[in-house]
Ligand binder design. Structure first.
Ligand code: 9D3
Length: 249
């Protein structure tokens, strides 16, 4: 899968895309990440990519022509592929959207900087707008990195066998269960006995229960969305009774 990223700040992306899992996936050729500097598509001698807003007001607005010219190049090379603009007005990113995006051949990602982008860019080339949450960033670049990272790890072969096993497991849609590694005791804090027992059935049950407990306490909204199995419903009843019991004694 390819990711063509249109930005005024391509150097922001070196680092996140040159380490760890994403680095390995690029080396294997499973994903291709291309950074395109919008400024390379300006035509005036000052390489003007932004201008003051019509109607007045503070800040700068990214110009339509350089972005349109950059997109024309990509469109010739790639054909019809989603053009996603990272924007505070966009659809909030979640794992369902990530999964859908990972089914595409490739994505063109457009990063705004400053206050915004000329609205005609949306009319002409943008197919989807995505936000990564309700807080204000300085630009779309970090949001594009989040999208690429989340989508890339859904592509077969990007995660190792172990990592994809966890992805496919029962715990999808729940918060993670607690992890422990050596030593068995640190500063008086012990690893839960069940994890040392070698009883895989008991370990599995404990992990499911802890995952459910955390989700119930911290993110009840996630439980509302998830269809719970009979076993999960039983565990949840246990959890609720334990919490109720804790309140009184
Ligand atoms: C909401 C603030 N806007 C008030 C007029 C101006 C503005 C500030 C910062 C507009 C855009 C930005 C830069 N942010 C993004 O480009 C962005 C973003 C974000 O800020 N939060 C969450 N997701 C995203 S995706 C792109």
């Amino acid at each position: 899968m390819f990711f063509d990223i249109l930005t005024l700040f391509p150097e922001m992306f070196t680092g996140p895309f040159d380490e760890s899992i994403i680095k390995r996936a690029r080396e294997k050729g499973i994903i291709e990440i291309n950074l395109i500097n919008i400024r390379d598509y300006t035509t005036d001698k000052h390489n003007t990519a932004d201008d003051t807003p019509y109607g007045g007001g503070a800040g700068m607005v990214m110009k339509v022509e350089p972005i349109y010219r950059a997109w024309q190049d990509l469109h010739k090379k790639r054909g019809e592929v989603p053009v996603i603009m990272l924007s505070p007005q966009g659809r909030p990113l979640d794992q369902e959207l990530v999964k859908d995006l990972s089914q595409e051949q490739g994505l063109i990602l457009l990063c705004g900087h400053y206050e915004g982008i000329d609205e005609r860019v949306k009319d002409l080339i943008v197919t989807d707008e995505i936000s990564i949450g309700d807080y204000v960033l300085t630009g779309g670049e970090l949001a594009a990195m989040v999208v690429v990272d989340a989508v890339a790890r859904m592509i077969p072969g990007v995660l190792g066998d172990q990592e994809s096993m966890i992805e496919d497991s029962f715990y999808n849609g729940l918060l993670d269960y607690p992890d422990y590694t050596r030593p068995r005791e640190f500063m008086g804090l012990e690893v839960p006995e069940v994890l040392l027992s070698g009883n895989h059935g008991a370990i599995e049950r404990w992990r499911r229960k802890e995952a459910l407990k955390r989700t119930y306490l911290r993110r009840p909204d996630l439980l509302q969305k998830k269809i719970l199995s009979k076993e999960e419903l039983n565990l949840l009843e246990e959890i609720k009774q334990e919490i109720e019991g804790g309140k009184n004694g």
